[in-house]
Design a protein around this ligand. Structure first.
Ligand SMILES: [Zn+2]
Ligand SMILES: [Zn+2]
Length: 399
């Protein structure tokens, strides 16, 4: 093993460096050599550990005095002596250094705030207790429902598989008689750092789920998670008037609690399938009703679909294409008990096709009988067109 470098030399500070000088020197080195910013670079890791160790000693007046007196020799034994042979960058002390260095008391000007803020900010989080009761997770699922179910409400039964306590280990995750040990992935931190480049994201350790410890020998049934997925049948009442995005909460129907914990809740996010007939906007419904232009000319009765059934709606003679009829209260009932929405039916002319010889003959006779005065809009259009061309001719004569 190479000879240990002098701590002052490591940090690049004079022997009489102040606490501020030490802090600033360490901050620079840590920024440069942090392993998360130098993935796969063993030199960086070494440099970072070297600097961290130097700072750990020199920032502590007692340890610094001992180091000044005895050098590295003074650090390896004696009361309060400590062992740097372990993976320093992942020990619990490491986080303490960062928290005391760059935590809230640092005056806000720390260059680490952007970089490490996400990693170590916010102080210590309480870790889940791996042996105590744990509330089951809230689960969210989406459910497609039909348009009419959304309007009228319905009763549904769903088959799901949801996490629940492992019956084998009773939620401990441990094989029979096994103990808990420090998590090898996060080294007890409960968190790992992901992302790349300058910005790092702190994530819950996937191995231990943030606990910091894992069981020595995992339960074979749940692979140490303490949870298994079990099939469940859940009945659900969909109230009248829900929309896409409505969220229903089923209290206590989420993941099962562990070791005596309460079960979580199940949230059902509704997605309403579009109707082939109706368009919906809030509580109002829109429907296009195909109508023969002949019927519209003569006037008569039109069947308008509403959620409650077909409504016979009278239209007067000469009803134009696109005419809208409002049916009050025939829209969607209000979820909160207010007034129901309205239904708007739009008349959409359907020109007859596939004419028989007789139909064609009659229509030809009719066409001959009709004259421009039967079509006031067409007359008005024709006169506007005439004016347009008259104007155009005048302009061209001037040029
Ligand atoms: Zn872990
Ligand atoms: Zn188990």
């Amino acid at each position: 093993m190479a000879e240990k470098r002098d701590y002052y030399e490591v940090l690049g500070v004079p022997k009489d460096a102040t606490a501020d000088q030490l802090k600033s020197a360490y901050r620079k080195l840590a920024m440069k050599w942090h392993p998360d910013r130098n993935p796969g670079n063993p030199e960086a890791k070494e440099k970072f550990q070297e600097a961290s160790e130097a700072y750990e000693v020199l920032s502590n007046p007692e340890k610094r005095q001992r180091y000044d007196q005895f050098g590295h020799q003074g650090m390896n034994f004696g009361p309060g002596g400590f062992d740097f042979g372990r993976d320093f960058s992942h020990s619990g002390d490491f986080q303490d250094i960062f928290e005391s260095l760059f935590g809230g008391g640092d005056g806000g000007g720390s260059p680490f705030e952007g970089l490490f803020g996400g990693m170590f900010g916010g102080g210590r989080r309480s870790r889940p207790d791996p042996t105590g009761p744990q509330r089951g997770e809230d689960m969210t699922m989406t459910l497609d429902i039909d348009f009419d179910e959304a309007i009228f409400g319905s009763q549904r039964s769903m088959d799901l598989t949801l996490p629940d306590q492992c019956p084998e280990c009773k939620g401990t995750g441990a094989a029979h008689g096994a103990k808990r040990v420090t998590c090898p992935t996060c080294h007890g931190h409960g968190q790992v750092v992901g992302g790349s480049g300058f910005f790092q994201i702190r994530q819950t350790c996937p191995k231990c789920g943030g606990v910091g410890t894992v069981v020595e020998k995992a339960c074979s049934k749940c692979r140490g998670t303490g949870q298994v997925r079990v099939p469940r049948n859940i009945s659900l009442r969909i109230p009248r008037g829900v929309v896409t995005g409505s969220r229903l909460r089923l209290s206590g129907k989420g993941a099962g609690g562990l070791r005596g914990g309460e079960p979580g809740d199940l949230y059902v996010l509704l997605n309403v399938r579009p109707s082939e007939i109706f368009e919906r906007e809030d509580l109002d419904l829109y429907v296009d009703v195909p109508v023969s232009p002949l019927l519209a000319a003569l006037g008569g009765e039109v069947d308008v679909p509403t959620p409650d059934g077909l409504a016979k709606v009278k239209i007067s003679g000469g009803t134009p294409n696109g005419h809208r009829i409002r049916l009050r209260g025939k829209g969607v009932p209000d979820l909160r008990g207010g007034a129901a929405g309205d239904l708007y039916a739009r008349i959409v002319f359907e020109v007859p096709t596939r004419l028989t010889g007789k139909q064609r003959g009659l229509m030809q006779d009719l066409a001959k009988l009709l004259d421009p005065s039967n079509f006031p809009e067409g007359q008005s259009f024709a006169s506007k067109t005439k004016v347009f061309y008259q104007h155009k001719d005048k302009l061209q004569q001037k040029n």
